[in-house]
Ligand binder design. Structure first.
Ligand SMILES: Nc1ncnc2c1ncn2[C@@H]1O[C@H](COP(=O)(O)OP(=O)(O)OP(=O)(O)O)[C@@H](O)[C@H]1O
Length: 586
């Protein structure tokens, strides 16, 4: 994972997927060997694979390319922070791409299909969807509105209700039951709920309902647009997915969502915006670039949403988000509604979030904060680096063409493993930050539609992606943090469906994660192998004694820091509605 440095992507936009087959033999059993190379990954940052993992555990906003909170090193490969966005909000950059380095980006993504059937295409909820109702929910903060139990109680307008029905939504998920009334009541919110449990609709529906009630007018062609809502997410594919959800729920209304993200032609982003923009879905780099080019005015922003908020606030994107909220024209936190969603919310990130949220924001925790989705059957296998490829092939051959995501640590390795699997006659594609955006989207399409049932991915695909029928996740390499593990395995077992996650544990390189892994497994009532318990036990006293790396909160951190000056303690009371969360992670 250490190779996913943010600015390497700028330099290496034209990488093509033409793996060097001769190199494959060199790869055997030397996954972390920096000497191992591949022709399409001409990226010196890949040498970072050998970095000491402990470097990744430090926190706080910093400068440059140092490592961040919970392994949140600067930027992964998720989004290029445009040159203009780094130093000032205003762009003086005249290049099309907005990036000062690297070749001009000319990719214009194809427009999404706009026939009604395609807009509302969805997959079925699974057999465990109703079990969501038994998950404990905790709400903290002053005077929260009561949860709703049905869509009718939300009192949304007719068009929204029709769209909800066409999307196949019959019942609210827990995060929706609690978040929708909170957002409708105009409150700021930090919400944490397990992967695949409907957080996107939990913020989109009430925002759209408000906008409809307020009589937001259709925006027409203008050089500068003033959106009412800005949604940011860390990866291009995820923000595109959120845009498609926004387009679905706003279907037949005058509200116009627009998506802009890196790796595509900036001129295309500008043209999309100029045609009218009520809801702007953006990755941070492109957003700051467009603001710098004064194509977006911020005066009317009433809703600011940070999806995967812990990621958006850590070292990678935190500085950009801070810049965003201090851009000229951006309403102060008192005059906008700020909403944060994720499946994981480390304590330090919650503290940083206080800068963005009104002091009396509400905190919703569905189940255990940062807990793995209980619909994913987790298996940990002890496999050494030298046996991983063989084991992978054995597993993939036994599960045949069931859709599988294989996570690896580096971009180079993603290409090598993908090529290797193709040679083994297993149709495979790959997604990572060294691939051009066109290739990334093609890879996702090939995977989504079953042309390639195996997708080898780096952390770029770990969060948020909602792909039908992903039955398996394989961690060929375990990630450096437990939160990343939780997000990765959450690509399966979504919306009440069952999924399986298999992780290769190499006791030489993965012992740092043994303790939090044991905790996550046991919290999700999964079998914990005795060898893993032993490794976790022997790791005690080595600096990892807190199972979540000492920076994880099970609940609203305002409770822990109540009365301490450094914390945002505004309006904290407990108003647990259906039970209490497990606080043992503190
Ligand atoms: N009430 C509902 N009824 C039926 N399907 C739903 C409902 N809410 C959400 N879904 C579907 O469940 C899937 C997962 O939702 P979503 O992507 O919003 O999850 P998430 O909680 O944001 O996950 P992640 O943490 O991985 O980002 C989507 O396909 C979505 O359309």
């Amino acid at each position: 994972m250490g190779d996913e440095d943010w600015d390497t992507e700028i330099q290496d936009r034209v990488a093509s997927f033409v793996p060097d087959f001769q190199q494959l033999d060199n790869f055997s059993g030397r996954a972390n060997d920096p000497s191992f190379s591949c022709s399409q990954s001409r990226n010196s940052a890949d040498a970072g694979v050998g970095r000491n993992r402990s470097q990744r555990m430090r926190g706080g906003f910093g400068i440059g390319r140092s490592f961040g909170i919970r392994g949140g090193y600067r930027g992964y490969n998720e989004e290029v922070i445009g040159g203009s966005g780094r130093s000032s909000w205003k762009s003086h950059d005249k290049t099309e791409s907005g990036d000062n380095q690297g070749p001009k980006v000319t990719y214009v993504p194809p427009p999404p299909p706009d026939n009604e059937e395609a807009v509302f295409a969805h997959y079925q909820t699974g057999i465990n969807f109703d079990k969501y109702d038994t998950i404990l929910v905790e709400v903290s903060g002053l005077d929260p509105p009561p949860a709703i139990l049905t869509f009718e109680e939300a009192n949304l307008c007719q068009t929204l209700n029709k769209n909800i029905a066409k999307a196949g939504y019959l019942k609210l998920t827990p995060v929706q039951k609690y978040s929708i009334p909170i957002i409708l009541a105009g409150r700021d919110l930090m919400a944490c709920a397990q992967t695949g449990s409907g957080k996107t609709a939990a913020f989109l529906l009430p925002i759209l309902a408000h906008m409809m009630k307020d009589g937001v007018t259709a925006s027409h062609f203008r050089e500068q647009q003033e959106p009412e809502c800005i949604i940011v997410a860390p990866t291009r594919e995820l923000i595109n997915q959120i845009f498609l959800e926004a387009r679905k729920f706003s279907y037949g209304t005058c509200i116009r969502p627009v998506v802009i993200y890196g790796g595509t032609q900036t001129g295309h982003s500008i043209r999309q915006i100029m045609q009218g923009c009520n809801i702007l879905c953006a990755t941070p780099g492109r957003l700051m670039d467009i603001i710098g080019k004064e194509k977006i005015g911020l005066h009317k922003v009433r809703y600011l949403v940070l999806d995967e908020a812990d990621r958006m606030l850590d070292m990678g994107f935190g500085p950009e988000m801070k810049k965003l909220i201090s851009c000229p024209g951006m309403p102060s936190k008192d005059r906008r509604q700020t909403l944060m969603f994720s499946a994981t919310f480390p304590e330090e990130i919650q503290r940083l979030a206080g800068e963005f949220l009104k002091p009396e924001y509400l905190f919703v925790a569905v189940g255990q904060v940062g807990g793995a989705c209980s619909d994913v059957q987790q298996t940990i296998l002890q496999v050494s680096q030298y046996s991983k490829r063989e084991k992978l092939v054995e597993i993939l051959q036994s599960i045949r063409d069931e859709r599988t995501m294989v996570f690896v640590e580096t971009k180079k390795k993603a290409d090598f493993i993908a090529t290797f699997l193709c040679q083994e006659k297993i149709p495979t594609t790959s997604i990572h930050g060294d691939r051009e955006q066109r290739e990334r989207e093609e890879a996702l399409r090939d995977f989504r539609f079953g042309k390639c049932p195996v997708l080898v991915a780096t952390s770029v695909a770990a969060r948020g992606l909602d792909i039908e029928k992903v039955q398996h996740v394989i961690n060929f390499d375990l990630p450096s943090t437990i939160d990343e593990y939780v997000h990765r395995i959450g690509r399966t077992g979504r919306c009440g469906n069952i999924g399986k996650a298999i992780s290769f544990f190499d006791s030489v390189s993965d012992s740092h994660i043994a303790q939090p892994l044991v905790k996550v497994l046991s919290d999700a009532q999964q079998e914990v192998p005795s060898w893993l318990e032993e490794i976790a036990f022997s790791a005690q006293g080595t600096g990892f004694s807190n199972p979540r790396g000492n920076i994880f909160a099970s609940v609203d951190t305002r409770k822990i820091y109540q009365g301490k000056d450094s914390m945002n303690t505004g309006g904290l009371t407990m108003s647990s509605t259906t039970g209490t969360a497990d606080e043992s992670w503190d």
